[in-house]
Design a protein around this ligand. Structure first.
Ligand code: ATP
Ligand code: MG
Length: 323
């Protein structure tokens, strides 16, 4: 079990997995991406410059309403945040609870309208999309995976319908049997198997439910995934499986990711570049390895100093755990 704990001190290509824990999880099934439906996720036009370019985004929440506007009170959850994410990259956002990470994710995915700033995705301004078709195209390209896969899945729907919903909504298949085939493929691909289709979310473990969320997210053939603490509700061995699945999918489909976590060890394994947030401000952005080796901001240094050390775990401990 200890082997599955993300190492804060070294970067590994894959997380060590303890497969027997989640009995029904199958290894990632390779597909021929050149011919498979999912491969079309890579057909998006390439962009000059970053895929996502966020500039001076400010988000305020009304905390005290009043008839007279000057008496209204606001809380600034994002204060002029700027960063960019290049195609194929995983960009991490790390920071304490309440620092504004989820708010940023919600602004990017269009759930919140910011008070100021701009966000361009594939060259298009996100915060002022007007045309309905533009909004739908954007929604299809960006998908979100949340921390709690239970509340983000409709508990009254069978898995087949949960995964099929975005395919139908975006009219990505022309017949029901085509929809069913895609759902089956996706469920196989995320390691659940087709038998999952007939069940309800509550019949699955947390890790399996997160696989359902991932299958649903992939159903629109996105190019960009926003993962908001996708494994924080899972125990470490299941976390390793889900993180590996996300890495595999990214390699295969060339996905770009915004990866939010408060866990620096997970950030180190997953992200090419990372931004550190506190009180709605982005304090520092750097290549992830540089951030760990040479943090610039005092707060980043403090965060790093709070990371658990792996020194106490000898090779023998690891081997005993895995025996
Ligand atoms: N809808 C809202 N109305 C009012 N305040 C909000 C709203 N959503 C978020 N906030 C406030 O904005 C701040 C940032 O919240 P946010 O959820 O983005 O933090 P976070 O970094 O994702 O934290 P966590 O690690 O706990 O998920 C918090 O102080 C929160 O209370
Ligand atoms: Mg959050």
């Amino acid at each position: 079990m200890i082997a599955a704990v993300p190492r804060p001190d070294v970067k590994v290509h894959r997380f060590p997995q303890v497969d027997y824990i989640e009995g029904s999880a199958k290894p990632f099934k390779q597909i021929d991406i050149a011919t498979h439906w999912l491969g079309k996720a890579r057909d998006y036009k390439s962009v000059d410059g970053p895929l996502l370019d966020v500039k001076d985004i400010t988000m305020k929440f009304l905390t005290k309403d009043a008839w007279i506007s000057k008496n209204r009170q606001y809380f600034t959850a994002l204060d002029k945040v700027s960063f960019d994410i290049h195609a194929g990259e995983t960009f991490g956002l790390v920071g304490e609870s309440g620092s504004g990470k989820s708010t940023m994710a919600r602004v990017i995915t269009g759930l919140y309208h910011p008070a100021g700033g701009t966000a361009h995705f594939a060259g298009q301004e996100l915060t002022s999309l007007k045309d309905k078709k533009q909004v739908l195209t954007m929604r299809r390209q960006m998908q979100m995976i949340f921390q709690d896969p239970f509340s983000s899945l409709n508990s009254r729907m069978r898995v087949r319908d949960i995964v099929a919903e975005p395919i139908k909504f975006h009219k990505l298949a022309s017949t029901n049997s085509e929809v069913n085939q895609i759902v089956d493929d996706l469920l196989e691909h995320v390691g659940l198997g087709v038998a999952a289709a007939a069940k309800f979310p509550h019949e699955f473990s947390g890790g399996q439910r997160q696989r359902i969320s991932i299958a649903r997210a992939l159903a629109t053939r996105p190019r960009f995934l926003v993962c908001d603490e996708p494994t924080s509700a899972l125990d470490v061995s299941i976390q390793a499986q889900i993180l590996n699945l996300l890495k595999d999918l990214q390699d295969e489909l060339g996905l770009t990711m915004l990866f939010i976590s408060h866990d620096l060890a997970v950030i180190r394994q997953m992200c090419n570049r990372t931004g550190v947030m506190r009180h709605g401000q982005l304090l520092e952005v750097a290549d992830t390895e540089d951030l760990f080796d040479n943090p610039q901001h005092a707060y980043t240094k403090e965060l790093l100093s709070l990371m658990p050390s792996m020194e106490g775990l000898s090779r023998q401990n690891l081997e005993e755990e895995l025996a």
